[in-house]
Design a protein around this ligand. Structure first.
Ligand code: FAD
Length: 367
């Protein structure tokens, strides 16, 4: 019998499995399909919240801690698996978004390097942009991760470190008796464990069902494009009006992303494709000749205020939640994993765990 069953092998489930295995636990990780094919694959891999000053301090705290953890995580994964997740310090340039807020005051308070830049500075940071509205905001230290490669590296690390991975098998329900988790039901059979971690992204609330007070997690669709654009000159992550360009090594540019409430409907739409394509060309006219290589959609695990659930379920002994990372699962993942493992081990956590508790207030809407 495993010490832990983890339901869901996205970035969050695999990071959790790896961390627990490295602490010596026997871990079984289950996904209903191939590992790493849902939101964690669909995402952009920007390792910062977008317009980060708009977020709660609890989101900033996880992002900042992850930003510290990423270089060593990437080095260890590359070393163990031979797959480099391409952690690239592209910087993040936001051409709008301050509104009533004061990003510089936020930067001073949190210690994040954020600078106000004028049009001439924007042109030197990232030449070739059109129609910029001053002031813009520049975060030179922000990086990106190539998330499909991160997932491949994590999946390979499961084998290297001895995590048991069950793919292509949906967990039908949790097995709970007398207020304790006893395992999960898988293909009609019980798989027993005294500890279960729910890391099923947008599908997490459904697995708890109404009887166990489900967390407030709901799917929020995001559509993205990838352009084949060698020689475009785009080398920074650039944002305007909630949309962004992410330059990958090798000349491809990701264009994202929509934020849509469409239930569990993961299809793409022609409207979104045209709108994202138009955005890219208006922002960087050199992209007019780039071809669209691929267009896809993913379902983010949306939660109010973007604050994930990390920790024990209050009503079911042995059940832990690690879900609801919404728009920032790739950036928050390493730190939220560290926090969950510290809570499981009974250690004093490095970050205050209260904001991520099951019944903590999460004021505000989906963001
Ligand atoms: C378009 C888009 C852009 C994004 N951009 C960024 C970004 O730039 N930076 C960032 O930090 N984040 C970004 N995100 C958000 C990020 O991708 C998510 O927060 C993160 O991937 C959530 O990870 P997860 O492991 O919880 O969920 P998922 O990756 O969705 O994994 C959940 C897993 O659970 C499995 N599962 C579900 N039900 C069951 C079941 N019954 N039994 C077994 N397995 C089950 C699924 O198959 C899936 O593999 C973006 C997301 C999207 C869609």
């Amino acid at each position: 019998m495993s010490d832990f069953i983890i339901v869901g092998a996205g970035a969050i489930g695999m990071l959790t499995a790896l961390a627990l295995r490295q602490r010596g636990y026997a871990v079984t990780l289950i996904d209903r399909q191939q590992a790493g094919r849902e939101s964690s694959w669909a995402g952009g891999g920007i390792l910062s919240p977008l317009y980060p000053w708009r977020y709660a301090d609890s989101v900033t705290a996880l992002a900042q801690r992850s930003q510290q953890l990423y270089p060593a995580l990437v080095a260890a994964l590359t070393d163990a698996t031979g797959i480099d997740p391409e952690h690239v310090p592209s910087g993040l340039l936001m051409l709008d978004g301050a509104g009533e807020d004061d990003p510089l005051a936020w930067g001073r308070r949190t210690g994040v390097d954020i600078q106000s830049v004028d049009a001439a500075m924007v042109a030197s940071i990232q030449p070739g942009l059109a129609g910029m509205d001053a002031p813009a905001w520049w975060m030179p230290e922000m990086a990106q991760i190539r998330n499909p490669r991160l997932l491949r590296a994590l999946r390979a690390a499961m084998d290297v470190h001895g995590v048991e991975v069950v793919e292509g098998a949906a967990v039908e329900r949790l097995e709970v008796a007398h207020g304790r988790v006893e395992g999960v039901r898988l293909a009609g059979k019980r798989l027993a464990s005294d500890a279960v971690i729910l890391a099923a992204g947008a599908w997490s609330a459904g697995l708890l069902g109404d009887s166990f007070a489900p967390p407030r997690i709901e799917p929020v669709r995001g559509q993205m494009l990838i352009l084949n654009a060698p020689g475009s000159g785009i080398e920074r992550i650039v944002m305007r009006a909630g949309r962004y360009l992410i330059p990958r090594l090798g000349g491809r540019i990701l264009v994202g992303s929509t934020v849509e409430l469409a239930g569990f409907e993961k299809r793409t739409t022609a409207e979104a494709r045209d709108e994202l394509h138009q955005f890219a060309i208006e922002l960087a006219p050199a992209l007019a000749h780039a071809s669209i290589e691929h267009h896809w959609a993913g379902l983010r695990p949306g939660v109010p205020a973007g604050v994930p659930y990390i920790g024990a379920h209050p009503g079911i002994e042995g059940l832990f939640l690690h879900a609801g990372h919404f728009r920032n699962g790739l950036v928050m993942g390493p730190a939220s994993t560290e926090l969950l493992v510290q809570l499981i081990e009974g250690e004093t956590p490095r970050l205050d765990a209260a904001p991520y508790a099951f019944d903590a207030p999460r004021p505000g809407g989906l963001r």
